[in-house]
Write a protein that binds this ligand. Structure first.
Ligand code: SAM
Length: 237
């Protein structure tokens, strides 16, 4: 089975012998791949909706993996029990706030885990701040381009995050340290989105938005500085 670059990048962060829970599995491609490649002997795959789970069940059967993937219907980490011995939780393809809320509501299920691998579709900064403020160290961060989209992947482990600056934390401290080739593209996307916010604030007439405009201007200035430094130190755009 060939995974998309995004799912492949996630799979590459999972050490051999891990017991994985793929929360919000949808098609279950990731756990199937992990089993076929013998990275995992066993996995839990869950989804909150019946339709994707039914589709996943058929795909799992087609790949003859049904005896080694536990498919479960349910919300977030609710589906896990201590007996699962899960050491790696993957949550990919959901919003950053939703992922943070699933981790928060499922805190009691995370006491034995070694790592969480998260791929937020948006608000990655919010998720990073949540992780750093809730006993996770941001061990590794990656950027993956797939089609016209750029995805952020976060590997976090229970521990103390050393970066304390909220701005750097929200951007991704490991990305800023390692400066991967896709970092300028990410920063440019963030600047473009923030400029849209800036322009709509300027047009807003009813409420006093001066303070907000000043804040956004400051953020744009900081982002531009990071972009200049990242562009100096990376080969490609
Ligand atoms: C966009 S798909 C991502 C699928 C896969 N994880 C991936 O990255 O390719 C999101 C899936 O998460 C499921 N989902 C949404 N909220 C959930 C929750 N609270 N608990 C479990 N699954 C959820 C949806 O039903 C959907 O199948």
């Amino acid at each position: 089975m060939k995974l998309t670059p995004r799912l492949q990048a996630i799979a590459e962060l999972i050490p051999q012998g891990s017991v994985v829970a793929d929360i919000g599995t949808d098609h279950a491609y990731l756990p199937i791949y992990l089993l076929l490649e013998q990275i995992c002997q066993h996995a839990v795959a869950s989804d909150i909706n019946e339709a994707p789970l039914k589709q996943a069940q058929e795909t799992i059967a087609a790949f003859n993996c049904h005896q080694r993937i536990d498919l479960r219907l349910g919300d977030g980490l609710d589906v896990l029990t201590g007996a699962d011995d899960v050491d790696t939780v993957v949550i990919a393809g959901l919003g950053g706030r939703t992922i943070a809320s699933l981790l928060d509501r499922g805190k009691n299920k995370l006491s034995q885990i070694k790592r969480v691998i998260l791929q937020p579709m948006n608000e990655a900064g919010y998720l990073r701040l949540y992780l750093a403020n809730n006993g996770f160290a941001l061990v590794h961060e990656a950027l993956v381009a797939e089609g016209k989209y750029l995805y952020e992947i976060i590997l976090a482990k229970p521990g103390l995050e050393v970066e304390r600056d909220p701005f750097r934390l929200s951007l991704g401290p490991r990305l800023l340290e390692k400066k991967p080739p896709l970092l300028p593209r990410l920063l440019k996307e963030k600047i473009r989105k923030l400029r849209t916010v800036y322009h709509s604030l300027q047009k807003a007439k009813k409420e006093d938005v001066t303070e907000k405009i000043n804040e956004v201007e400051h953020q744009l200035h900081c982002l531009q500085e990071v972009l200049t430094s990242a562009t100096k130190n990376t080969d490609t755009d």
